[in-house]
Design a binder for this molecule. Sequence first.
Ligand SMILES: [Zn+2]
Length: 267
Amino acid sequence: MSTKSKLQTERNKQKESLKNEIQSANLNCADCGQKSPEWVSINLGVVVCLSCSGIHRSLGTHVSKIRSICLDDIPLTTLAVLQKLGNAKVNQLLEHTIPSSFIKCNPNSEGYVLCKLFFYSGLYFVREKFIKEKYMLKLFVNPNDQKSHEELNCQLYQSAKLEDLLSILEAICHGGNVNCVSSDLSQNGRTPLHAASLENKELSVELLLQNSASHSVKDADGKTPRELAVNSNFYKIVDILDSYDPFSSGRKKRSIEGDDKSLESED
Ligand SMILES: [Zn+2]
């Protein structure tokens, strides 16, 4: 077997192992509780059922990027992010407080409810209403966790350096700017993606890119995150950055993973 084939076989084994870990750690849909969910939101880090995945898709890829954990060829770093996040942690953030006046959907939620959503009153599908409130309006995050934009951006920057994925997601969900420039002059005008690339934090880079971080932005020295990674010989970081389309904030149709190329669905 050639070295390339051996690497591919090893990578496939790692993928299967991570998929099994993700599925055994997420036995129920993050939104409705349906058993054995098989769809993942790769930017939000949750596992959902087929019915809920359809609502996620309808929100647009700027809100949720859905893949099939069984049918799609999901890159290793994306699976590793999912394994680190998962329903329990992300729901602690996005379902922190659900007021009694709101209806959480369940596996049998097929009815409609008369309510006001996005300034319009009307009949809304219960499942659709809950998922929009949870992920688009972020109505159920901790109401006592009030931070300024400056504090959220600082949290993003520090969490990216430390590869604290839940803290990155929390800052984004509370309104942090994923492309913020550090106000600390010693950080040389860098963004969280610069910081993660410079610290060789692959999972931070992956999660930031999934959430629309720009990899063409330059620091005070005119360096992009990719140039910082190349200068430090962090070639796995370079591979991840190169696999993203700078114009769509999604992965390229043909993305590089290690030294082989795998087909990816475009966002
Ligand atoms: Zn569901």
